[in-house]
Design a protein around this ligand. Structure first.
Ligand SMILES: [Zn+2]
Length: 86
């Protein structure tokens, strides 16, 4: 949240730009699961996170660690952080 001010952001860009390019989009909104299926948006109905949106693989089952599972709000924060670096 500190890099909202434009005057002090130039040094931070140098530090974060290399981190931003690692791996195929491990940050931000996911498009595909590692199994190749397109990620779908679902709503959580657990007691812990009622009504919370998440991305998952259409093939994922409860407790399945292989397929993608990602909280939408956390991914959106990363997506916005990455956009603010440009
Ligand atoms: Zn999958």
């Amino acid at each position: 949240m500190m890099n909202l001010s434009k005057s002090s952001s130039s040094s931070q860009i140098a530090n974060s730009s290399c981190r931003n390019r690692v791996a195929e989009r491990s940050r931000g909104i996911p498009r595909h699961c590692r199994c190749g299926e397109r990620v779908v948006l679902r709503t959580s109905c657990t007691v812990k996170n009622p009504g919370r949106l998440f991305y998952c693989s259409p093939l994922s089952a409860e407790g399945d660690k292989y397929h993608l599972f990602s909280w939408t709000d956390e991914r959106i924060v990363e997506e916005v952080e990455d956009m603010m670096m440009f």
